[in-house]
Design a protein. Structure first.
Lengths: 237, 243, 467
C-alpha cells in the first residue's frame, strides 16, 4: 500500500521499498486504484467520509496475503481505525478485520513476518532514528526499525534525544497551528543536530515531510530519509 | 436550587443508558475486614524488622529524621534532645494516656515545659487555650496509628486527646511509635481503613485521618523544593523497640 | 469571558511562543515533571496493573454513579455533615454565598481546588464582600498578581522568583530577596495569620469515599489540613465524578496519583475528613458542607467524553503534550489547560467553546501513555472534532474542503488528475527543487518549512517500469 504522500511526494520511498522486498524474496503487487488511507478525513472529524475511503481501500486489498505500508500512521489507521469505521456493515467489517490482520508497517513486516534483521546494504554513515507517534504509541513499535538499522554493517546508529517526542506534524495540525507546529519542530531538529548524524531516519511520510521540510529550510546538511531508502542503499550517508 | 431527588434522578437517567456500553467491575474489598486486618497484623508480627528498615530508608528519603530508643522510659530523653536541637523551651503533646508515656516529669526537670492535650477537656476556653499553645509551640509530639514502610508515611487518627494541630502547627513534628504500628504496603493500609470503619468504637472517635509523608513542602517558585511552607519544617520518628 | 478569550486561540498561542521567559520556564518545568514521573514508575513494577485497576474502578463507579452519590450523601449526613446538590456553576456559587451570608463569614481560606476555579468562586466571593485567600503557595502568588493558574498542579510555573519577590514586596509591604526559601517563609507567616483568623475553609476534593462518607484531600504544603482544621466552617466543592466506592479503592488511586503528578510515592499530606469535629475533639470545624457539582458532567456519563470523567487532575498529560509545552496553560483560555483541558472545557462549556481548541493537538498520543487511568485523549479529541462537523460548529469552508477531499480520494481518476494539476500549479514556487512561498493554506506550511514538490513521476507512474 503506497498512500497519498508517498505516491505524490516521496515516490522514491515506494521504489526503495519494492526493490528491498523483492530482494528479500517477496512477490510485490500494487493495486493501482488506491489513493489515501483516509486519515486526514478521520483526524479532522469527518468520519463518515473517512469510512467511505476505508470501504474502498478494504475492497482493493482483499486478495493480498500481506499488505505492507511504508508509513506507520497509515498502517495504524488501517489496523486500528478501519474496523471501527466500518462496523455498521457486517461484510465490510469482516473485510476490515481481515485487512487489519494482514497489514504491517514495513519494518514490522520485515522483522516479524519475514524474520529478517540483517540486511546487506551498501549504506555507510552515522544515522539517528525518530519514532513516529503512530508507529511507536499506536502500534507499539520501537524495536524493529532500530534492529534493522543496526543490522546494516555500515550504519552507526546514534540515539536521538527525545526520539519519542512528536515532530509537530499532526496532519492538518501543521497548517491549523503552523507556529506551534514549527516550534515543536525546532526543538526536534535541535536534538537532531546534537547527534551529529548525517541522516535522520523515520518510518512515516508525514514526519519526513515535516522534518525534511524544516531541515531543508534551515539549509542543514542532515537529510531526512525513510528507513527503506537506507536499507535499499538508495541514499548516501 | 436543585434538590437531591431531582439531581439524582438526572444522573440515574444518564446512568441507565450505560449498561452494555462499558465493561465494569468493582474493586474487590475484604469480605470481613476485621479478620483481614488480623491476618495482616499476624504477618507483620513476624516481619516487623524488615518493615522497620524499609520505613527508615523511605522516611529518610523524604527528609524525615529517624530515631530508635530501647523502651518507653527512654522516650523523654530523646524528646529532650530533639527539643534542645531546636532551642525549644516548650512542647505540645497528645494526651499522655493516648501516647502511653508522660514526658512531663523528666522534661520539666530539664527546663522544658510540656503542654499536654487532655481528653475530656473540650469547652470553648480549652479550645482557645489549646490553639494558642499549639500555634506558639516549636515542637509537637504525637503517636502514630499506622506507620507505612513502603512510602515512609506516618498515619495519625484525630480524636479525643489527639488534636490535629499537634502534627501541623509546630515547626517540628515528632511521632513516637512501636512495632505493632508497622505496615508494609498501601494495600494493607486499605485493609486497616476498611476494618477501622466497620468498628463502631474506633470509627466515631475522630473526624480526620492524616497521612504524613515527610515535612511540608512546596516547589511552587521556580520548582525549587522548599520545606515548611505551612506545616512542619522537620519531621522526626521515634521508634520504641520494646513491645 | 476571561480577558484571554477576547483574542482567537491561534493568536493567544502565538503570543505565548514569543514569550521567551515562558518558553524557558515551560521547558524546565515539563522536562523535570516528565523525568520525575518516569523515574518513579520505573521503580514501581506494580504500577501498570494498578493503573488498569484504577481505570476499572472509575468505569465501574460511573456505571452506578447515582447509587454511590446517594451512599456518600447518606454517610456524610450520618456523621453530621451537610450535602448540597448543584446542577450548575451558578447554583454552586450561590450555595457558598448563602452560607457566607447566613454564618457571617468575612474571610475564607482556600486550599487549591480546580473545581472552585471552574465556577469562578473567588470573583463571586469578593463581589459579596467576603475575602477569599488562596493558601497554596502557587495559587497565592497568582491571586496576588490577579492572574489565572497556568498548570493544574504548578499554578505559578510561569513566574520567576524575581517577579514573586517584587509582587510580595509590593503586596505585603516589605522588601524581600528573590530567594524561594525566603519568599516561602514570607508566605508562611502571612498565611498562618489568615488560617487562624478565617471563618470558613474552602477546599475541593481529590476523592470522596461513598462507603464511609469521607472527603479526601491531597496536598504537599499542608494547607489542606489547615483549612479543614482551623476555621469553624468547612465547605468542600467537588465534581460528582470524584466519588469512589471504598477505602480499598482509595489506596489504589493514592498509589498512582502522586507518582503521576510529581513523581512522589505519596504526596506529603493525604487528609481524610469524615464530617465535622466529633465530641471530644479540640479542633476541627463545627460544620461541614459538601457541594456536589454537576455542571455538565452527567450529560457525558453515557456519551463521547465519558472518559474525561475519570481524570484525577494530576497534570501528567500537560507535561508531555508537545502543544502545552510550547504555549503553556494561559493560551488555552479556560480553567483546565492541556489536552485533557480541551475535553473538560467541551464538557463544561459546550462544544462551541472548543471550535479551535479541539485542533490544538497533533494527536501524538503521549498524553494517553502517561495518564494514570489511561484516558484515551486522542480518540476523544477526534470524536469531539466529529461533533464539531456534525453540529456544524466547524467553519463551513473547512467542511466544504474536506468533502471535496473525500471526492478526490474516492476517485482514482480525480486523484490522478490532481497530481497533474499540482505539477502545473507548483511551477512558480519551486526553488532549488523545493516548494516555498505557497499561497493560501499551504502558505502556513511554507512560512517555516519547505515542501517537496509533486514528483515528476509519481510512484504509480514508476510502478509500470518496476514490474
Amino acid at each position: 500500500m503506497i498512500t497519498c504522500l508517498g505516491d505524490m511526494l516521496f515516490p522514491e520511498v515506494g521504489v526503495a521499498m519494492v526493490r528491498l522486498l523483492r530482494r528479500l524474496g517477496v512477490q510485490v503487487e500494487f493495486p493501482p486504484g488506491q489513493t489515501c488511507c483516509g486519515m486526514p478525513l478521520f483526524n479532522s472529524g469527518y468520519h463518515h467520509d473517512a469510512a467511505l475511503v476505508a470501504a474502498r481501500t478494504v475492497r482493493l486489498f482483499e486478495g493480498a496475503e500481506h499488505v505492507v505500508v511504508p508509513s506507520g500512521s497509515c498502517a495504524w489507521m488501517v489496523r486500528t481505525e478501519y474496523p471501527g469505521l466500518l462496523k455498521h456493515d457486517p461484510a465490510l467489517r469482516a473485510a476490515a478485520d481481515s485487512l487489519a490482520r494482514r497489514t504491517r508497517e514495513l519494518s514490522q513486516f520485515i522483522v516479524e513476518v519475514l524474520g529478517v534483521t540483517t540486511i546487506g546494504s551498501p549504506f555507510r554513515g552515522k544515522v539517528t532514528y525518530h519514532d513516529s507517534c503512530h508507529l511507536l504509541r499506536g502500534l507499539g513499535e520501537s524495536a524493529s526499525p532500530r534492529a534493522l538499522l543496526r543490522g546494516v554493517s555500515g550504519v552507526e546508529l546514534v540515539e536521538l534525544p527525545g526520539a519519542d517526542e512528536c515532530c509537530g506534524f499532526g496532519g492538518s495540525f501543521s497548517v491549523r497551528l503552523p507556529e506551534v507546529s514549527s516550534s515543536i519542530l525546532d526543538k526536534k531538529l535541535a536534538n537532531v543536530e546534537v547527534t551529529g548524524a548525517r541522516c535522520l531516519v523515520a518510518c512515516d511520510a508525514g514526519c519526513l515531510m515535516q522534518m525534511g521540510g524544516g531541515l531543508s529550510r534551515r539549509g542543514s546538511a542532515v537529510k531526512a530519509v525513510h528507513l527503506a531508502q537506507v536499507l535499499a542503499g538508495e541514499v548516501e550517508g | 436550587m436543585t434538590g437531591r431527588a431531582e439531581f439524582i434522578e438526572r444522573i440515574r437517567r444518564e446512568v441507565s443508558k450505560t449498561p452494555g456500553l462499558f465493561g465494569a467491575s468493582s474493586a474487590p474489598r475484604p469480605a470481613d475486614p476485621a479478620t483481614a486486618a488480623e491476618t495482616v497484623r499476624r504477618e507483620l508480627a513476624e516481619r516487623w524488622p524488615e518493615a522497620l528498615e524499609r520505613f527508615r530508608v523511605e522516611f529518610e528519603r523524604v527528609a524525615g529524621v529517624f530515631h530508635r530508643v530501647p523502651d518507653l522510659a527512654a522516650v523523654p530523653a530523646a524528646l529532650g534532645a530533639i527539643a534542645r536541637e531546636y532551642d525549644a523551651t516548650s512542647l505540645v503533646t497528645w494526651d499522655p494516656a493516648v501516647l502511653g508515656f508522660d514526658a512531663a516529669p523528666a522534661l520539666t526537670r530539664g527546663g522544658i515545659e510540656v503542654v499536654a492535650a487532655r481528653a475530656g477537656a473540650e469547652d470553648e476556653a480549652a479550645r482557645l487555650r489549646h490553639r494558642e499553645q499549639a500555634a506558639r509551640a516549636r515542637v509537637g509530639v504525637t503517636g502514630a496509628d499506622f506507620v507505612l514502610a513502603e512510602t515512609g508515611t506516618l498515619i495519625l487518627l484525630s480524636g479525643s486527646g489527639r488534636p490535629r494541630s499537634t502534627s501541623l502547627l509546630p515547626d517540628v513534628h515528632v511521632a513516637v511509635f512501636g512495632r505493632d504500628r508497622l505496615l508494609e504496603t498501601l494495600e494493607q493500609v486499605g485493609i486497616m481503613l476498611e476494618a477501622l470503619h466497620v468498628d463502631p468504637d474506633r470509627a466515631m472517635s475522630g473526624a480526620t485521618i492524616n497521612f504524613i509523608t515527610g515535612p511540608s513542602r512546596t516547589a511552587d517558585i521556580e520548582l525549587t523544593l522548599t520545606r515548611g511552607v505551612h506545616g512542619p519544617k522537620e519531621v522526626h520518628a521515634v521508634f520504641v523497640e520494646a513491645p | 469571558m476571561s480577558d484571554a478569550l477576547r483574542r482567537p486561540f491561534p493568536e493567544r498561542a502565538g503570543a505565548a511562543l514569543q514569550d521567551t521567559f515562558l518558553q524557558e520556564a515551560l521547558r524546565i518545568a515539563t522536562t523535570k515533571f516528565i523525568d520525575l514521573r518516569k523515574e518513579s514508575f520505573a521503580g514501581f513494577p506494580q504500577g501498570e496493573a494498578l493503573r488498569d485497576r484504577a481505570r476499572e474502578i472509575k468505569e465501574a463507579t460511573l456505571q452506578h454513579l447515582d447509587v454511590h452519590l446517594e451512599r456518600l450523601a447518606d454517610n456524610i449526613e450520618r456523621v453530621g455533615g451537610h450535602v448540597h446538590w448543584a446542577t450548575t456553576a451558578e447554583e454552586a456559587r450561590e450555595m457558598v454565598l448563602r452560607l457566607c451570608r447566613d454564618r457571617g463569614v468575612r474571610m475564607a481560606v482556600k486550599s487549591k481546588s480546580m473545581a472552585t476555579e471552574e465556577i469562578d468562586l473567588n470573583e463571586a466571593l469578593e463581589h459579596a464582600g467576603v475575602t477569599p485567600v488562596e493558601t497554596d503557595l502557587g495559587e497565592y502568588i497568582i491571586q496576588l498578581a490577579h492572574e489565572k493558574p497556568s498548570h493544574i498542579i504548578a499554578p505559578a510555573i510561569h513566574k520567576t522568583k524575581g517577579q514573586v519577590a517584587e509582587l510580595f514586596s509590593r503586596e505585603l509591604k516589605g522588601s524581600f530577596e528573590a530567594d524561594p526559601e525566603i519568599l516561602t517563609a514570607v508566605a508562611r507567616k502571612a498565611l498562618r495569620e489568615k488560617f487562624l483568623q478565617a471563618d470558613m475553609g474552602i477546599t475541593g476534593a481529590n476523592f470522596a469515599v461513598a462507603d464511609t462518607g469521607t472527603v479526601v484531600l491531597v496536598t504537599n504544603e499542608g494547607n489542606g489540613r489547615m483549612v479543614t482544621s482551623l476555621p469553624r466552617i468547612h465547605v468542600a466543592l467537588m465534581g460528582v465524578e470524584k466519588v469512589i466506592p471504598s477505602m480499598t479503592d482509595l489506596v489504589v488511586f493514592l498509589a498512582i496519583l502522586a507518582r503521576s503528578a510529581t513523581g512522589q510515592k505519596l504526596s506529603t499530606y493525604t487528609t481524610l475528613v469524615r464530617g465535622p469535629r466529633r465530641a471530644g475533639e479540640l479542633e476541627g470545624p463545627e460544620e461541614l458542607h459538601l457541594i456536589l457539582l454537576d455542571n455538565g458532567r452527567s450529560r457525558q456519563i453515557a456519551s463521547t467524553l465519558r472518559e474525561a470523567l475519570y481524570c484525577l487532575r494530576c497534570g501528567a498529560c500537560l507535561n508531555v503534550c508537545p502543544v502545552y509545552r510550547q504555549i503553556g496553560g494561559h493560551a488555552y483560555g479556560y480553567t483546565y489547560p492541556g489536552p485533557i483541558g480541551i475535553l473538560l472545557t467541551a464538557m463544561l462549556k459546550g462544544n462551541e467553546s472548543v471550535r479551535e481548541l479541539a485542533h490544538a493537538s497533533s494527536l501524538c498520543g503521549a498524553c494517553k501513555d502517561v495518564c494514570p487511568v489511561r484516558i484515551d485523549i486522542p480518540r476523544m479529541l477526534v470524536e469531539l472534532r466529529e461533533h464539531l462537523d456534525r453540529e456544524k460548529i466547524a467553519p463551513w469552508t473547512e467542511r466544504v474542503m474536506f468533502r471535496a477531499l473525500r471526492r478526490l480520494l474516492l476517485s482514482p481518476t480525480a486523484y490522478r488528475l490532481s497530481t497533474t494539476v499540482g505539477r502545473w500549479v507548483q511551477r512558480p514556487f519551486i526553488q532549488h527543487g523545493r516548494l516555498r512561498g505557497l499561497p493560501l493554506v499551504l502558505g502556513k506550511w511554507t512560512r517555516t518549512r519547505d515542501l517537496p514538490p509533486v514528483a515528476a513521476r509519481t510512484f504509480r507512474e514508476r510502478w509500470k517500469e518496476l514490474s
